[in-house]
Design a binder for this molecule. Structure first.
Ligand code: ADP
Ligand code: MG
Length: 421
């Protein structure tokens, strides 16, 4: 039973390789194999088959190359390539009767598999396995017949048994494994998709709610404004309210847009000091209202690369939170530090701080401790912007003492850019 033994050995090698391929595919970030990648693995497995084929004398090559051709042809659609590879590899060992039987067998097989490929993938998984096993059985029978006609083996029973049992078994096992792995990937992909959809739905609902509130308020005041007998002072007051309500609706939309599209629209050089000063100017009135004193200490130098609008939004959200964390006033410190590799931005407040649990949930969508006043979108947006700009954030917070946000972004060095170009 030498041939049978070798076939089992050959099969275990193939399954070991397949195991590693599947583990690797599972770990790698992309879910699907490209054609080139599968071609490489199939060629490698075929080479292994040839390397470990059983050769009682120079004219005989007993191995499981047919498994590779069938699986490659059916599952990867590379039947003709596999057939050519088999014929070439076999030719390498000598142009003799065995070589011609290979051409006779594998050339048509490659074409048939190629033809079958689209049909094959339209079938259900279970049927695919059955078809693959059936193909293996047919090729096995054909191999035995051509073997009998061209070069009858010495040990007939062994050869027959080996060819009629092991290739169909091997094809069955391998296709089952592939289907199993594929189903797992499908389930995983599906899960990600439904999760995303759910997030979008939830978001949509929350957003429309968040936007409806300020809009309703604004509409109410616009109706009041329509009345003729309003004093100019009242009119001015209503207009201010309408404006602030509309602004808050706009903020919600802005946050939502940034979150759903965290990639940067425009990459430009951002002068950290200049942009932070602008943000501070925007928020100065709010800070004054809350008796918050803003202390800034900026490094003279320092630029980073990113989207200016998003940079603004990120720090607008952070500084707004800091101000809101100090309802009875306090100190807000904004500092930047520059090094040739990184720029650090520190935003520190002396506000209410956060508990461990709150800190952990920071950045979760809709996580807010501000009741109807909060949206719980701000921090989520901050994190996604920082990620898109290749930065990092560290948060330290102590209840009733205050919170420190430390951002770090890679420095932008134009000279370096020019050298690269
Ligand atoms: P919102 O401000 O609408 O509540 P955010 O996503 O901006 O939503 O913030 C989420 C939560 O994180 C806030 O409700 C607050 O509890 C907490 N938080 C954020 N920044 C600070 C801070 N500087 N100090 C204390 N708590 C903060
Ligand atoms: Mg906020």
């Amino acid at each position: 039973m030498e041939i049978t033994k070798h076939f089992f050995f050959n099969l275990s090698l193939l399954i070991i390789i397949l195991f590693f391929v599947l583990v690797w595919a599972d770990k790698s970030s992309k879910f699907r194999f490209s054609k080139g990648c599968s071609l490489f693995w199939f060629l490698f497995m075929m080479w292994i088959c040839f390397q470990f084929s059983y050769q009682p004398d120079p004219h005989y090559f007993y191995d499981l190359r047919m498994i590779i051709v069938i699986i490659g042809g059916l599952y990867a659609g590379i039947g003709p390539l596999m057939a050519v590879a088999v014929i070439l590899m076999r030719g390498f060992y000598g142009i003799e009767p065995g070589f011609y039987t290979n051409i006779f067998l594998y050339f048509p097989l490659g074409i048939i598999l190629w033809r079958m490929y689209p049909w094959f993938w339209r079938q259900a998984a279970r049927k695919r396995i059955r078809v693959a096993v059936l193909m293996a059985t047919i090729i096995s029978v054909l191999t035995v017949i051509t073997m009998e006609i061209s070069i009858p083996p010495q040990n007939r029973f062994d050869a027959w048994f080996a060819y009629l049992v092991i290739p169909p078994l091997g094809v069955g096992m391998i296709s089952y494994l592939i289907e199993f792995a594929k189903r797992n990937l499908d389930i995983r992909e599906n899960m990600v998709r439904t999760e995303k959809l759910e997030a979008v739905e939830q978001m949509g609902a929350a957003i429309s709610h968040e936007i409806r509130n300020p809009l309703t308020a604004a509409i109410g005041f616009v109706q009041l404004l329509q009345e003729q007998k309003l004093t100019p002072r009242k009119r001015q007051e209503y207009l201010t309210i309408v404006k602030s309500e509309l602004e808050s609706a706009e903020q919600v939309i802005q946050n939502y847009l940034t979150f759903s599209k965290p990639s940067l629209d425009k990459i430009e050089e951002i002068n950290v000091k200049k942009e932070l000063m602008q943000v501070i100017n925007i928020l100065k009135p709010t800070a004054n209202q809350n008796s918050v004193e803003i202390n800034s200490d900026f490094a003279l130098l320092g630029s980073i690369e990113g989207d200016r609008q998003k940079f603004h939004q990120c720090f607008l959200n952070i500084i707004k939170n800091a101000i809101e964390a100090m309802p009875r006033g306090g100190q807000l410190y904004i500092e930047t530090q520059y090094s040739s590799s990184h720029i650090t931005i520190e935003i520190k407040d002396t506000g209410i701080g956060m508990t461990k649990e709150q800190l952990q949930r920071l950045g979760e969508p809709y996580y807010s401790t501000k009741g109807s006043k909060g949206t719980g979108l701000g921090m989520m947006v901050v994190f996604s912007i920082v990620r898109a700009m290749q930065g990092s954030v560290k948060v330290q917070s102590e209840l009733n003492k205050g919170t420190v946000f430390t951002f770090s972004f890679p420095s932008y060095t134009p000279a370096l850019k020019k050298n690269e170009a």
